[in-house]
Design a protein around this ligand. Sequence first.
Ligand code: B1M
Length: 210
Amino acid sequence: MVDLREIADALKAGNAKKVKELVQAALDDGIEAVDIVNKALIVGMGEIGVLFKNNEVYVPEVLIAARAMHAGLNILKPLLAEKDVKPIGRIVIGTVRGDLHDIGKNLVAMMLEGAGFEVIDLGIDVAPEKFIEAVKNTNADIVAMSALLTTTMPGMKDTIEAFKAAGLRDSVKIMVGGAPVTQSFAEEIGADGYAPDAASASDLAKELIA
Ligand code: B1M
C-alpha cells in the first residue's frame, strides 16, 4: 500500500517521475483521487511553502516542486472532474497592465493551485477590463494582482476602481502583492488583502474565502 507521506516527500524533493509513479500506484491501491490531492499533493506543496517562507528553500526548489505537483495533478484531474470534486475557490490572477514580470506571479499561482484553488492565469500586462471580463466569465471568488514596478503599482488601483465602476467590487475579494507592494499601499487602494510572498498568498486567499 502506498504511503501518502511518500508522495508528499517526493513532491518536496521535486521528483516528478516518482510523484507520477506513486500517484498511479496509490490509485491502483484504491486510494481516492481526492485523498491523494488533499493528503499528499496539498500537504507537500504547503510544506514547501513554509520552507520557502523561512528561506530554507529558494525559487528553483519551489518551481521544481510545483512541476512535480503538476505531474501528479495531471493524472488526477480527469478523475476529479468525473467525481465533480470542487476546488476550494476560484482565483483570477495576473500581473498588472504595463508589467511583464511573471516569475513571482507564477509562484503565487502554483502555491494557490497547490492549496486546492482553481487558478485562471491571465498572464502579464493585464488591463483592468481583462480582469473584469475574466471575473464575469468565470465567477471567480478572488482577483489576485501582482506588480514588480513602482510605475505599474497604480494599475492595481485602476483595476479596483474599474471593478467599482462595473458594479462588481462587492462580488470579489481583491488581493495584491509583488516586491514594491506593501500592506499600507494595499489598504490605501482599497484591496482586501496583501501578501509578501507566495506561501502567505495562499494563506491569505484561504482567509479571504473563509
Ligand atoms: Co525587472 N525590474 N525590469 N525584469 N527585474 C526589477 C523588478 C527591478 C527591482 C530591478 C532593479 O532595478 N533593481 C526594477 C524595478 C524598479 C522599481 O520599479 N522599483 C526592474 C526594472 C526597472 C525593469 C525594467 C524597467 C528594466 C528596463 O527595461 N529598463 C523592465 C520592465 C519591463 C516591464 O515589466 N514593462 C524589466 C524587465 C525585466 C525582465 C523582463 C528582464 C525580467 C522579468 C522576467 C520575467 O518575470 N519573466 C526582469 C527581472 C527578472 C527582474 C528581477 C531581477 C527579478 C524579479 C523576480 O522575478 N524576482 C528584479 C530585481 C530583483 O527583484 N532582484 C527586477 C523573483 C520573484 C520570485 O520574486 O517577483 O518579488 P517577486 O515575487 C515574490 C513576492 O514579491 C510575492 O511572491 C513572490 C514569491 O515569494 N508576490 C506576490 C509577487 N506577486 C504577488 C502577488 C500576490 C502576493 C505575493 O498576491 C496577488
